[in-house]
Design a protein around this ligand. Structure first.
Ligand code: GTP
Ligand code: MG
Length: 192
């Protein structure tokens, strides 16, 4: 970002633009979450499984987000890594009711966190333990334990329980993400 861009963002004249990657297994609720975060007049009526990826935009109070909503289907997961370098943060979505595939979600998360374009960066990672409305859903604490999130020590991370159909839990996550992306950007410009 150029000096003028930084200055206008700092003065509040323009929101800072950031890229966020939305990842997680197929059917976890990524597209439903992103859809809820967009302005009401931009909502898609029908959510279908994502093919490849979609680019979506939404704003928080100080940031303008460009989200790469990636397909979670196994045949498309090799696309994820092409977007790591240009991303400021990651949203990782887990289906709290899908106990059988929790281990697959952990494998994908571990591969992601060990990737050369991710592993040495202090980029914020927001987890949504989604579908908490399902009657056999596990708690966000349990999801956190099963994914061994306490082992993530070199990145700020946070987990929110969410119900993307009702839109519950999403704003708390976006507020956390906004604060931590801004902090990471300030740290980067101090260290530059
Ligand atoms: P891919 O694009 O295939 O990777 O899937 P995705 O992660 O984008 O999932 P998507 O948003 O398409 O949602 C999959 C299904 O889960 C849809 O039928 C949604 O309506 C449903 N769904 C999403 N979030 C929730 C939730 O919080 N609770 C419940 N009960 N269903 C949800
Ligand atoms: Mg999708």
């Amino acid at each position: 970002m150029g000096l003028l861009d930084k200055l206008s963002a700092w003065l509040g004249l323009r929101k800072t633009e950031v890229n966020v990657l939305c990842l997680g297994l197929d059917n976890s609720g990524k597209t439903t979450i992103i859809n809820q975060l967009k302005p009401t007049n931009a909502h898609h009526e029908d959510i279908v499984p994502t093919i490849g990826f979609n680019i979506e935009k939404f704003k928080s109070s100080s940031l303008s987000f460009t989200v790469f909503d990636m397909s979670g289907q196994s045949r498309y997961r090799n696309l994820w890594e092409h977007y790591y370098k240009d991303s400021h943060a990651i949203i990782f979505v887990i289906d709290s009711g899908d106990k059988l595939r929790m281990v697959v979600a952990k494998e994908e998360l571990d591969t992601l966190l060990n990737h050369q374009d991710i592993k040495d960066r202090r980029m914020p990672v927001l987890f949504f333990a989604n579908k908490t409305d399902l009657k056999d859903a596990v708690s966000s604490v349990k999801v956190s334990q099963q994914l061994c999130l306490e082992n993530i020590r070199d990145k700020p991370w946070h987990i929110c329980a969410s119900d993307a159909i009702k839109g519950e839990g999403l704003q708390e996550g976006v507020d956390w993400l906004q604060d931590h992306i801004r902090t990471a950007m300030i740290d980067d410009s101090v260290n530059a």
